[in-house]
Design a protein around this ligand. Structure first.
Ligand code: SF4
Ligand code: SF4
Length: 430
């Protein structure tokens, strides 16, 4: 439990020289032009909080809550300020010191109690499935519903994709997927929590693509939520619990890599070493676990890629998920993989690494700013005149899909990088 800033965090605050070079990269500053909603402004507030010269007032909390945690400011910062760490620590201190309004607290606690648990999430999605099955999902689009439903509920429902994987699809993969042909690698796949329920098809595509590349894929049954959702909301201790559970579920020495296909989860797992460094008995294992972790595009770029692709005719843009481009510095790898697919034309996307407003639970707790950034992303996609948006994070897919639907651009498909690779492999067989 963090009730105050620790000395090492305080030292990190001092690394900011207030040059302001990060300001143009910050999505919230780009939208509202408020210095307190910029990285420099927030660091200034953090320092005042740490010095005891400021308290967590409603106004201060607004500026902290509005931060997406996208870490675009880290990419832009010449002084190497670890802003992502600072905002996480600030949020942990905030949650211990600030009494949130009841409605806000309930929403956050409900998400924390629901999203990381696939069984509970499946149950929560039952009403949406029932409406779909009864052909009544148009009700959610009706003017009546839109006029009376609270903004946060509308925002949540707008993120539901047109098609959900069937109930129980997350169990489809089993625990071992053999390599196709000669086994060259043995890798573990983290199938995640929300990912396993709402994007079971992406996990299946990931396993097939890895198998095509000589990987035996194991899915350790004890591995689940990475802990990012809790950590991003300031529930540090619960985030650590999830991290410990994953580290205990797999001996990293048994695999060549731990593969993750959700950018936010990958960024989190790569921090396990630091997250658990003070915890006796697990610190070394956590560091080894983090060191073996790779985003799926990163891993495929490192090995000798099987390039037996069939044609995939499409004009596409690649959207850089923040937790892949900024937090993990993975930008070129997915593009290099996609460029090897015949007839797939990749065209530039303006502001490709500007957050789409998804940012973990952000679009559920801060729907207004999330919608502004969603519109900004969709207008850049529209300007590129494409029929496909490719990215490496399921949250971005939901956010961009919902934005395209609202803008009447439903013909534009949104796919994960591995889904495009998978389709190109299958194009050979068909
Ligand atoms: S994490 Fe993103 S939203 Fe937050 S200050 Fe940095 S650039 Fe701005
Ligand atoms: S975070 Fe980095 S770029 Fe931004 S004001 Fe501080 S030192 Fe400058």
């Amino acid at each position: 439990m963090a009730t105050t800033f620790e000395e090492k965090d305080y030292d990190r605050l001092l690394e900011c020289v207030h040059c302001g070079l990060c300001l143009p990269a910050c999505p919230t500053y780009a939208e509202d032009g408020n210095e307190a909603d910029s990285p420099r402004g927030r660091i200034y507030l953090m320092k005042k909080l740490a010095d005891g010269k400021l308290e967590f007032t409603e106004n201060v909390v607004r500026h902290m809550d509005l931060c997406l945690g996208c870490t675009a400011c880290e990419t832009a910062c010449p002084s190497g300020v670890n802003y992502g760490h600072l905002i996480e620590k600030t949020r942990a201190v905030l949650e211990e010191n600030y009494p949130r309004p009841l409605e806000d607290k309930i929403l956050r606690r409900t998400m924390a109690a629901l999203l990381p648990y696939p069984e509970r999430l499946e149950l929560a999605l039952l009403p949406a499935r029932a409406l779909r099955a009864a052909g009544l999902d148009g009700l959610l689009e009706s003017k009546l519903f839109k006029s009376f439903a609270p903004t946060k509920l509308k925002s949540m429902l707008s993120l539901l994709p047109n098609e959900l994987p069937p109930m129980g699809a997350r169990h489809q993969l089993g625990e071992i997927i053999p390599a196709e042909g000669e086994r060259k690698y043995r890798v573990a796949l983290l199938t995640g929590c929300v990912m396993s329920v709402m994007f079971a098809q992406t996990n299946e595509a990931t396993a097939r693509v890895l198998s095509k590349n000589g990987c035996e894929v194991v899915i350790p049954p004890g591995m689940g939520c990475c802990g990012a959702l809790h950590t991003h909301m300031g529930y540090h201790d619960e985030g650590c619990d999830f991290a410990r559970k994953n580290v205990n579920a797999l001996n990293p020495a048994d695999v060549d890599a731990i593969i993750i296909n959700a950018a936010g989860c990958g960024a989190m797992v790569k921090q396990y070493g630091e997250l658990l460094e003070d915890q006796a008995g697990i610190a070394n294992a956590a560091a080894e676990f983090a060191a073996k972790t790779r985003d799926v595009s990163e891993f495929l770029d490192e090995i000798e890629l099987n390039t037996e692709f069939g044609p995939y005719p499409a004009r596409a843009v690649y959207h850089d998920a923040c937790h892949l481009a900024h937090a993990q510095r993975v930008r070129l790898q997915p593009r290099k993989l996609l460029q090897q697919i015949p007839e797939l034309e990749l065209v530039p996307l303006n502001e490709s690494d500007m957050c789409c407003g998804s940012a973990g639970p952000y679009n559920l707790v801060e729907p207004e700013m999330a919608e502004r950034l969603q519109k900004r992303k969709v207008s850049n996609v529209a300007a590129a005149d494409v029929d496909l948006v490719i990215n490496g994070n399921p949250g971005c897919s939901l956010q961009i899909l919902a934005g395209l639907k609202t803008a009447g651009l439903e013909h534009v498909e949104v796919l994960h990088t591995v889904e495009v690779l998978d389709r190109a492999y299958r194009a050979v067989d068909s």
